[in-house]
Design a protein around this ligand. Structure first.
Ligand SMILES: Nc1ncnc2c1ncn2[C@@H]1O[C@H](COP(=O)(O)OP(=O)(O)OP(=O)(O)O)[C@@H](O)[C@H]1O
Length: 302
């Protein structure tokens, strides 16, 4: 079954086109990472799924329901961790989760949910005194109430320390193993690598790529990164490196020349740099980082 399906969804806010004829499918049981730089349209997409925002055009179906006509049915089966979640300062963590459990009619023990997100020691503390990471953990406990079929997590790692981020990933995987679909947004590809079955990259309201992280890495053209140490990078050396076949990007960082390339261009680049008059003192290659892959999809000219 399909958990989420958007077809031809456009959302305009006045002159701003937040989503542009967007088609997207998330299969049931899938962990889908939804990525994009600030302003790409991630939150708008989530708002459309939950019927907080109505699309200007297009169809949206969530868990087999029309997102607009049957939004109540969608929300009953969906756990949401909203971006910038605000606590009720005078209520305790337990009271927050009790509220979520009641609204789902699921009757779980709030303490068990709080234990799961690492807040066992703070069950009866007022949420007003919580740190950012604790607030985020509390929001996750609330989203988990009622064993939802779909978890929508908007930037779930915000404010979490490395342990918290790892625990978040564990919970995401556990939820997927239980059969839930997990849809979460992030602007950092590295955060989604360990947990996502597939990643969709949004840019200016367009889905520019959908694939596994490995597939994205292969297709991005970010390729291999070569760092050439010189005694002084000249403009001519940058141009010469950029002109070598297979090179996708060449730039100077101080005395260092950083070159991204596909295939087997390494020695040709080094030779071209030397021929251009720069003295090469060392060079090294590394596989493209996830940041490079993300940049390749979201920053390259179109
Ligand atoms: N209520 C609104 N009124 C006007 N413009 C809006 C509104 N909501 C979103 N936008 C615009 O739509 C575009 C997409 O915004 P959106 O918040 O969906 O991006 P995002 O990918 O979630 O960004 P971020 O990573 O910064 O949260 C932006 O240009 C934004 O300014």
């Amino acid at each position: 079954m399909t958990a989420i399906e958007l077809s031809g969804v456009t959302k305009r806010f006045g002159d701003v086109v937040a989503l542009r004829d967007l088609d997207m499918t998330v299969e049931s049981g899938e962990v889908y990472g939804f990525l994009g730089p600030n302003g790409a349209g991630k939150s708008t997409t989530i708002d459309v799924l939950l019927d907080f925002v109505r699309p200007t055009e297009g169809e949206v179906s969530v868990l087999g329901h029309d997102a607009r006509a049957e939004s109540r049915a969608v929300r009953e089966r969906t756990g949401v961790l909203p971006e910038g979640f605000d606590t009720y300062d005078r209520l305790t963590a337990r009271e927050h989760v009790e509220f979520a459990v009641e609204s789902k009619g699921s009757g779980e023990d709030p303490e068990a949910l709080l234990d799961r997100v690492g807040l066992a020691d703070a069950v009866d503390r007022k949420a007003g005194g919580f740190s950012k990471g604790m607030t985020q953990r509390l929001a996750l406990a609330m989203a988990l109430a009622g064993e939802p079929d779909l978890l929508v997590l908007d930037e779930p790692s915000t404010g979490l320390d490395p342990n918290g981020a790892r625990e978040m990933r564990t919970i995401v995987r556990e939820e997927a193993e239980r059969g839930a679909t997990v849809f979460f947004s992030s602007h950092v590809l590295g955060q989604v690598e360990a947990v996502c079955d597939r990643v969709g990259i949004l840019r200016d309201g367009d889905l520019v790529a959908v694939d596994t992280v490995e597939g994205l890495r292969e297709k991005s053209g970010a390729g291999t990164r070569l760092t050439v140490e010189t005694e002084g990078v000249t403009d001519g050396a940058v141009e010469a490196a950029a002109a070598v076949a297979g090179v996708t990007e060449a730039r100077a960082e101080g005395d260092r020349l950083v070159v991204s390339y596909e295939g087997d261009a390494k020695m040709e680049v080094v030779n071209a740099v030397e021929d251009a008059g720069a003295t090469v003192t060392d060079f090294a290659t590394a596989e493209a980082s996830l940041e490079d892959v993300f940049a390749a999809y979201t920053e390259a000219e179109r």
